[in-house]
Design a protein around this ligand. Structure first.
Ligand SMILES: O=C(O)c1cc(=O)[nH]c(=O)n1[C@@H]1O[C@H](COP(=O)(O)O)[C@@H](O)[C@H]1O
Length: 239
């Protein structure tokens, strides 16, 4: 049966590929992430399809703009009906508060459940060198914790960060704050373009609520077997 702490990233661009992955994983996976590659190509029907298959949906479009634009973007996404959506924490407190208010108001108006809002902190593809090159002044972990606390103060439901930062965020932001960690690499997988990585078991041990995993599953020769191995790793140390 599925472990809903695992979110599989559908980083593909056609409905045919989506259907092939979702069909082959069957009841082993209950939560999927739709990102920009898929949503820009196929739009809302990706969400509808996953809902028809009784799957939870994380719609990861990483909104980042002025508060008014992001608030209206969030209202539109509330209508789409995803369970989780992402906005950039770097958009700042006014933007995050406007997003939270927009999600609440539009969900009330539509009579639907409000999507949970996650703040992107520092992408897991950053290492210190690349981070400094963008002008980052604080070490990455300090920047992540700063954004996590700010996101919480603004009423956001949680953050996306590396599992390497999960422990300190759990301590600082409490047990109900969602900590969603990509950059997860099970023992059998390659690193790809990820820099701040962790294994499934250590991520959960350090307090991650959910793990986002893409290529180690979707590009595996046997995706269902990859999921089985990952769930085994998740359950080996996390209980
Ligand atoms: O928001 C995300 O999901 C995200 C944030 C981040 O910091 N790092 C990151 O890798 N992601 C996403 O998580 C997924 C990771 O995919 P894999 O590297 O293939 O496991 C991709 O869909 C990324 O867009």
């Amino acid at each position: 049966m599925a472990d809903d702490r695992l979110i599989v990233a559908l980083d593909v661009s056609t409905m045919d590929e989506v259907k092939a992955i979702v069909t082959s994983l069957g009841d082993a996976v209950s939560f999927y992430k739709v990102g920009m590659e898929l949503f820009y190509a196929e739009g809302e029907k990706t969400i509808r399809y996953l809902q028809e298959q009784d799957k939870h949906v994380f719609l990861d479009l990483k909104l980042h703009d002025i508060p008014n634009t992001v608030a209206h973007g969030v209202s539109s996404l509330t209508y789409v009906g995803a369970n989780l959506i992402t906005i950039h924490g770097q958009g700042g407190p006014v933007m995050m508060k406007a997003a939270v208010q927009a999600a609440r108001e539009s969900a009330e108006k539509l009579g639907v459940e409000r999507p949970k809002l996650l703040a992107i902190t520092v992408l897991t593809s950053f290492d210190e060198e690349a981070w400094t090159a963008t002008g980052g002044q604080l070490p990455i972990s300090d920047q992540v914790i700063r954004l996590a606390k700010l996101a919480k103060e603004c009423g956001m439901d949680g953050v996306v960060c590396s599992a390497l930062e999960a422990k300190m965020i759990r301590q600082a932001c409490g047990k109900d704050f969602l900590i969603v960690t990509p950059g997860i690499r099970p023992s059998f997988a390659t690193t790809d373009d990820q820099k701040r990585i962790a294994t499934p078991a250590s991520a959960l041990q350090d307090g991650a609520s959910r793990l986002v995993i893409g290529r180690p599953i979707t590009q595996a020769e046997e995706p269902r077997e990859a999921v089985r191995l990952i769930i085994e790793e998740m359950e080996s140390l996390s209980k």
